[in-house]
Ligand binder design. Structure first.
Ligand SMILES: *[C@@H]1O[C@H](CO)[C@@H](O)[C@H](O)[C@H]1NC(C)=O
Length: 337
């Protein structure tokens, strides 16, 4: 979009060329300036099933709140997770309607991805047990501590468990804000004792909202605020840029962990160390017509708070779309076509 610019003179392009190749696998990359927004059907997308399992059994979610968390922000995230498998309320479309697109994926046993998530335990780590800087591998040690500790230990559940490590705004994580906003993987028995899927997502509120809380903030180099070519910054539906941004990254990671939990099920691309997964294909797409920095047709209220799905307790959320394997395009329940 906009005027053509040379690599050296255009910070946006520079950003793209430098950061995207650096981005590692299985993770939420910054949605801005992604080369492809497959909102329309595309023959270029070659999503392939690689014979591994999907998460078909009911999932027990365990949250690890790492660092000092604001209870109001925690409530937003909890309500989102409770909304995943709640029956559609009177307000449609719902978060569970959004999850239906993820449910279309099956594995070689013929089982679809589960519709059932139970928030089954929470562990707080307000004392930053592993410090305020975590490497990717240390996330597994944080999980280990949460299941082996003496206080409020989480169960170690290798059958149905899914562990969500959420870091507070003051915690730095390797690659966070530079290349990633979240990632998913599985634990190593040598560290945690079993192999179990997990995801990490960081609260970007003070560190990099322009990168990880899109579209509630824009990257600094765009000048921020209103921009005719890029649309406006939207207001977060629950009042916190970092947390509302996190909700969409959590949604992204849950969709991918369910369809590719051991990184051997559903992904595009030939390189299993850098798979393009079902939510990666739809970065920055939240509604019909999305692309080129436009989030697509979403709902906004009188205060420009943007959302595309309803959740429990009257909550509203803005979550990105995911690749729909039956329609062969990105899709969400607020689609108008
Ligand atoms: C299970 O997956 C198949 C194949 O994509 C799909 O046709 C079916 O509707 C899915 N079932 C549910 C309950 O989503």
């Amino acid at each position: 979009m906009g005027k053509p610019c040379s690599l050296l003179l255009c910070p946006a392009l520079l950003f793209f060329f430098l950061l995207v190749p650096m981005a590692l696998s299985f993770q939420y990359r910054e949605p801005y300036n992604q080369p492809n927004k497959y909102e329309g059907s595309s023959e270029l997308v070659n999503l392939v099933y690689h014979m591994g399992p999907v998460l078909a059994s009911p999932i027990k979610l365990y949250i690890i709140w790492y660092g000092q968390w604001n209870p109001y922000h925690q409530a937003i995230i909890r309500d989102f997770l409770h909304s995943l498998s709640s029956p559609p309320s009177s307000s449609n479309p719902s978060v569970s309607d959004w999850w239906r697109t993820v449910r279309l994926y099956t594995d070689q046993t013929g089982a679809n991805i589960t519709a059932n998530f139970f928030l089954s335990g929470e562990h707080s780590d307000p004392g930053y047990s592993h410090g305020k800087y975590l490497t990717r591998l240390m996330i597994q040690s944080v999980i280990k501590s949460s299941v082996w500790t003496h206080q409020n230990a989480l169960p170690l559940d290798p059958h149905n468990g899914l562990y969500l490590v959420l870091t507070s705004p003051d915690v730095a994580v390797e690659d966070f804000c530079r290349a990633v906003c979240g990632f998913h993987y599985f634990t190593f028995p040598a560290i945690v004792g079993v192999t179990v899927p997990y995801a990490w997502v960081g609260h970007s509120g003070t560190q990099c909202p322009g990168m990880c809380a899109y579209p509630f903030a824009w990257p600094k180099y765009t000048g921020g605020g209103r921009d005719k070519n890029r649309g406006d910054v939207l207001n977060p539906p629950n009042g916190d840029v970092g947390t509302d941004g996190m909700v969409s990254v959590i949604a992204h990671e849950l969709a991918e962990i369910s369809s590719n939990p051991l990184v051997n099920a559903w992904y595009a691309g030939d390189d299993p160390t850098a798979p393009t997964e079902i939510a990666d294909l739809c970065m920055g797409v939240y509604g019909s017509g999305a692309g080129g920095g436009y989030v697509g047709k979403v709902y906004t209220d009188s205060r420009r708070r943007a959302y595309n799905v309803y959740g429990v307790k009257g909550r509203r959320f803005l979550v990105q779309w995911v690749w729909d394997t039956s329609r062969n395009r990105c899709f969400g329940p607020n689609a108008i076509d």
